[in-house]
Design a protein around this ligand. Structure first.
Ligand code: SF4
Length: 306
């Protein structure tokens, strides 16, 4: 899912990378300048990154209800689905890394055998939160996702072993899965939570990857932008690229589309404006009002509409 196809890799190497290296990002918009305007947070608040980046509620009243009125809403079915499928992907990637370290290069056949075995997904802890039929469907989707990713990993292992006859397990693990999943980050320099978690980060060329299971939205790029700013604030190296991975499953078939993008001045500015505007709403307790075009599955629907 996170691995690029040959075409995407070509696009990355011949298009996005050269363009991102040439693009002049204003220094004041680099995360390492978190201690001066415009990046320096104006309000003494800490927000989760999704609270800044998400715009599913047209007026941001979901944030007002949570932060000012202290109303905790239950996740809707789409949110739970995203969480479960994300976890399935993390589990198979971590499992593959563990298997490589456990069996080493000499016993790589065992790694392949264990990855080839179908994974049984158990979602019993979600009983009561989702209808039984939805749960059964989700088990099928999570297993399909896991087996798809496992087969990609298997072919990557084989490909690398053919090219690198003297490779050891640490290098093999890094080349087969060149990403850190659920990268934990402290965003407090920028007025964000201390416990942020980026879906994935690739070190070969610093790129933030975020996986989505819903319809593409323009504001999704704010998530990659926010994590890029935080990485720059912590590690003081430029992070110029983001990649949104859109996965969908229809009629038993998985489809994956990627939106690779340069984290340019415009996106950085947009992220900072969203942060400042949302912080002001919370700090000054300004109720933004109920939207005219609420979506039916909004978890706060009853709080707003009674
Ligand atoms: S019901 Fe409407 S206004 Fe209220 S949080 Fe949901 S989308 Fe926003």
């Amino acid at each position: 899912m996170y691995f690029l196809t040959d075409e995407e890799r070509k696009q990355l190497l011949k298009n996005y990378l050269p363009r991102s290296r040439q693009s002049e990002i204003a220094d004041e918009l680099r995360g390492w300048n978190w201690n001066q305007p415009p990046l320096e947070p104006v309000y003494d608040l800490k927000l989760a990154l999704y609270e800044i980046a998400n715009a599913y509620c047209p007026t941001n009243r979901d944030l007002f209800l949570r932060r000012v009125d202290g109303i905790k809403s239950q996740s809707n079915a789409a949110m739970l689905r995203g969480k479960i499928l994300h976890q399935a992907l993390v589990d198979i990637l971590v499992k593959a890394k563990k298997l490589i370290y456990m069996h080493g290069v000499t016993n790589y056949q065992k790694v392949l055998q264990e990855l080839s075995r179908p994974t049984k997904i158990n979602l019993v802890q979600y009983r009561g939160q989702l209808a039984e039929e939805d749960l059964a469907n989700l088990v099928g989707e999570a297993e399909m996702l896991t087996s798809f990713e496992a087969s990609r990993i298997i072919s990557r292992i084989q490909e690398i072993l053919i090219k690198q006859p003297y490779i050891a397990e640490d290098s093999l693990a890094a080349l087969v899965i060149p990403i850190v999943v659920e990268q934990k980050l402290d965003g407090s320099f920028l007025g964000l939570s201390q416990n942020l978690s980026a879906d994935a980060f690739t070190f070969s060329e610093p790129m933030i990857i975020d996986l989505k299971f819903g319809e593409p939205q323009k504001f999704h790029r704010l998530t990659t932008t926010g994590y890029a700013l935080v990485m720059e604030a912590i590690y003081e190296f430029p992070v110029n690229l983001g990649c949104l991975v859109y996965a969908s499953i229809k009629n038993g078939r998985l489809s994956v589309k990627k939106d690779i993008h340069i984290i340019d001045d415009e996106l950085r500015q947009w992220f900072i404006e969203e942060r400042d505007e949302k912080m002001r709403m919370i700090y000054e307790e300004i109720d933004p009002g109920i939207a005219n075009n609420c979506y039916g599955t909004c978890p706060n629907y009853h709080s707003c509409h009674g």
